[in-house]
Ligand binder design. Structure first.
Ligand code: ADP
Length: 235
């Protein structure tokens, strides 16, 4: 589904953000991307979305070679890869319903489909009762759920979430994880970059750890850090 072959990224200022990344993510997987700030997590997302160009290597989204897609076809990639951010990025002057509907309007969906689909997606993220509220009338967790609804409204096969629980308290973060798990259970592949140690440790999903632009660990059912056997076990 997503395949990176020998991908490197050097920014114009000479910073090598990613070196020789080889990675394959299958349809329906849930993958955590961990690593300290500056490790290269956001760069990886930006390359998949073609917000930045690779310096070397290839990125495939199914059979599509993202690195070869001309600029005029970038909207096609964006329709196939939903994006959720730490800071929600909602339109403040539009209601919850309108924020989500807008994402369908910009890809040219017909009004009948919009009227049918928006309420359905709002119900998946448990926001049906807030449809006519404006973002500033919602809690942080509710705003993030609107942002998740917006990111999946066009039914993208892949969702990238960059620190989606970063601004939220632990209880609210768990609600967000439940919503993401529900969406993953419906078949969407999810890549989530995070520093939330407890969430990663609780979920026991695949963990890809980056350090200085390199993959240092790729583990199924992994934890936030590599588990080192305690010395007590040997005594
Ligand atoms: P993370 O998301 O893990 O914090 P980033 O991908 O944002 O890491 O950054 C990786 C490295 O690339 C860092 O050294 C960062 O300073 C650098 N970097 C990120 N974006 C740019 C840019 N637009 N121009 C130059 N350097 C950048």
């Amino acid at each position: 589904m997503i395949k990176l072959i020998n991908v490197s990224k050097e920014y114009d200022n000479g910073v090598k953000a990613l070196s020789n990344i080889n990675l394959e993510i299958n349809k329906g997987e849930f993958v955590f991307l961990v690593g300290s700030s500056g490790a290269g997590k956001s760069t990886l997302s930006k390359l998949i979305l073609k917000e930045e160009e690779v310096t070397e290597g290839k990125i495939y989204l199914n059979d599509l070679d993202v690195t070869k897609v001309p600029n005029r076809r970038i909207p096609f990639i964006r329709r196939n890869v939903g994006m959720v951010f730490q800071d929600f990025r909602l339109l403040p002057n539009r209601t919850v319903y309108e924020n989500v509907a807008f994402a369908m309007e910009i890809v040219g969906s017909n009004p009948k489909d919009i009227r049918r689909r928006v309420p359905m997606i709002l119900s998946i993220v448990n926001l049906s009762s807030k449809a006519s509220c404006f973002p500033d009338q919602l809690s942080g967790g509710e705003q993030q759920r609107v942002s998740i609804a917006r990111s999946i409204i066009n039914n993208p096969p892949v969702l990238i979430a960059d620190e989606p629980t970063g601004n939220l308290d632990p209880e609210t973060a768990r609600d967000i994880m439940r919503a993401l798990m529900d969406i993953n259970g419906r078949g969407t592949t999810i890549i989530m970059a995070t520093h939330a140690r407890e969430i990663v440790n609780d979920m026991k999903k695949r963990v890809i750890a980056l350090e200085n632009g390199k993959i240092i660990r790729d583990e199924q059912k992994g934890g936030y850090e590599l588990e080192v056997p305690s010395t007590k076990e040997y005594n």
